[in-house]
Design a protein around this ligand. Structure first.
Ligand code: C5P
Length: 288
């Protein structure tokens, strides 16, 4: 008998991102607030066959071992004796190479899906650990909601539900390599680092003024140098009335936060004619 499971895999945006330094293992020590948004891939899992297969409606993602969803499945198959193969179909809605954890969220969904299908009964801590083997953002994608992430991204503190954020997300026609953005990051060049304690304080009070004041991403300058369009998008979203604009992760996606869904919608109506990959999105929490 084949079993089918359909899972949602939400994208994330970084509301703050600070880099504290480079580690001896080559990664950077981070302090970042991440929030899932309602832009989602859909993952279809089908048991059967003898091996792991990945297919997608998108030609932009690999269908082989380079695919993070494939790697996640392979990791679980190497650790557990699972009775049948797995077909993974990825309905791709999240822009690729965008700083939105598109590949990581697919991997997280596959880990959770395999746990469910094969009744492995892995606890959250184990799922988070398996996720970290695939990538720094995968543990957050397993946890979901909003969280402060430290370390490589795996030391996670879930945040209480904050204010619902109404955003316009724009991805320029350009992809950035996370590895290259971190490689070219220089701590001594940082001028505007977020104060995460102040952000969290504002978050707990649902104080939007305090929240947007601390929405800063120290990787912006590195990525803007590689892709000046990021700055142009920020200027355009500002002109369309955004309370704040911020690049997500290592970019090049930019989010504009608006005071209401209506304001966001008006801005989106204008900007979607200029950028093919423009989305009207809001924050997404487990159970939404
Ligand atoms: O963990 P992941 O494979 O997603 O990271 C991609 C690349 O981003 C790493 O190879 C590393 O160069 C960089 N990175 C980093 N510090 C982090 C996360 C990622 O330097 N905390």
């Amino acid at each position: 008998m084949t079993i089918e499971l359909v899972l949602e895999a939400p994208a994330k945006v970084n509301l703050t991102l600070n880099v504290l330094g480079k580690r001896t293992d080559g990664y950077h020590e981070l302090e970042t607030v991440m929030q899932q948004i309602n832009l989602r891939d859909k993952i279809f899992l089908h048991t059967g066959g003898r091996d792991i297969r990945v297919t997608s409606n998108s030609s932009e993602i690999p269908d082989n071992e380079e695919n993070l969803a494939y790697q996640a499945a392979h990791l679980l198959y190497s650790k557990f004796s699972l009775p049948t193969g797995l077909q993974i179909f990825i309905e791709k809605n999240i822009p690729v190479g965008a700083g939105l954890a598109g590949g990581s969220t697919d991997a997280a969904a596959v880990i959770m899906g395999i746990n469910e299908i094969f009744d492995l009964r892995l606890q959250r801590e184990e799922l988070l650990e398996l996720g970290l083997d695939i990538g720094s953002d995968v543990p957050f994608c397993v946890l979901g909601g909003a969280a402060l992430a430290r370390g490589r991204g795996e030391i996670l503190t879930s945040l209480p539900k904050g204010p619902r954020l109404e955003m316009v997300l724009v991805k320029p026609d350009f992809q950035l390599s996370t590895r290259e953005v971190y490689r070219d990051f220089r701590l001594e060049k940082v001028q505007q680092a977020p104060d995460n304690a102040a952000f969290l304080e504002a978050w707990r009070k649902c104080d939007m003024i305090g929240i947007v004041a601390e929405m800063k991403n120290v990787l912006e300058t590195v990525s803007i140098e590689k892709c000046p369009e990021i700055q142009l998008i920020k200027v355009k979203l500002d002109a369309l009335g955004a309370q704040k604009t911020l690049m997500s992760g290592s970019g090049p996606s930019v989010v504009g936060v608006f005071t209401s869904r209506d304001e966001a919608c008006k801005a989106w109506e204008t900007i979607k004619g200029q950028y093919r990959e423009s989305y009207l999105v809001s924050s997404y929490d487990r159970g939404d």
